[in-house]
Write a protein that binds this ligand. Structure first.
Ligand SMILES: [Zn+2]
Length: 271
């Protein structure tokens, strides 16, 4: 599943090239997770002002309104001067005078949604509950520590919920908790301030590093320029069940937590 770093890498791969492009057509394929919410033809002639990211949503700002794009479980975006004929898994072509932005999404959990503004109900329904962004100045260690004090759920579940801090998915939550030495099952409210500060730093570090490296968790993730990311080659715990911990050599354990697999080192990570 594309996580925040993959979405950010995707954004960077085409944001500059699509800026100021004029939309000449929008072709939608099979139904996605949510309907577009507008007649595709009504977007013809609009200009793309820029591309922002909020959580795992890409916000394609137009001169009037915006398109919210989500990659779902298996989506990828590719922006190219021209595209071959759409295949069975290509469900959106946004045709502009600078190239064609194509959504490829075999499982169709992705979405392309029109909103008249970021603050309109149709956008707020998707963006309104999101926590702070981990990679900009709003993510504050003290506020993070205080937010954790109010939650009784396991820390990993709290991270995945995305309402304290957004975009820390399964892989990066496992990695950040390892880096901070915190067992994924520890109740969030029992994490002391110094440990919360370590976790805060670990989240920022693991996500920034993944973005820098072209971030990938998904085997078939390809960014909009067609290059695959390689974060998974460096994972400390994720996907390494029974392999020796890179720090202490204890075999890494895996367990199911809220139907997602969690990986941790029973020695390095304390409850
Ligand atoms: Zn260890």
């Amino acid at each position: 599943m594309p996580e925040l770093p993959e979405v950010e890498v995707t954004r960077r791969s085409f944001a500059d090239r699509i800026a100021l492009a004029r939309i000449t057509a929008l072709h939608m394929g099979k139904p996605l997770r949510w309907p577009l919410g507008v007649e595709p033809a009504s977007l013809v002639g609009r200009q793309v002002v820029g591309v922002r990211r909020r959580g795992k949503y890409l916000l394609l700002d137009l001169d009037t309104g915006l398109l919210l794009l989500h990659l779902g479980m298996s989506g990828s975006l590719n922006f190219a001067p021209t595209q071959p004929e759409p295949g069975p898994h290509d469900h959106m072509d946004l045709v502009t005078d600078r190239g064609v932005l194509r959504l490829h999404d075999p499982r169709r959990f992705g979405a392309v949604v029109w909103a008249s503004s970021e603050f309109a109900p149709e956008a707020q329904k998707l963006l309104g509950h999101l926590g702070v962004e981990p990679l900009d100045g709003q993510f504050d260690p003290d506020a993070f520590a205080q937010a954790l004090k109010k939650r009784q759920a396991a820390i990993k579940q709290v991270l995945l919920a995305g309402d304290v801090v957004v975009g820390v998915g399964n892989i990066y939550a496992s990695e950040a908790l390892f880096m901070a030495g915190i067992r994924p099952t520890t109740p969030a409210c029992r994490i002391s301030r110094p440990r919360a500060a370590r976790l805060h730093a670990a989240i920022v570090q693991v996500l920034s590093r993944a973005v820098q490296q072209g971030g990938s968790s998904l085997k078939d993730f390809v960014n909009a320029e067609g290059r695959t990311g390689y974060f998974q080659l460096e994972a400390a715990v994720y996907g390494r069940a029974a392999a020796p911990c890179r720090v202490c050599s204890t075999p890494i354990r895996s367990m199911l937590q809220g139907q997602r697999t969690t990986f941790y080192c029973p020695t390095c990570q304390k409850p």
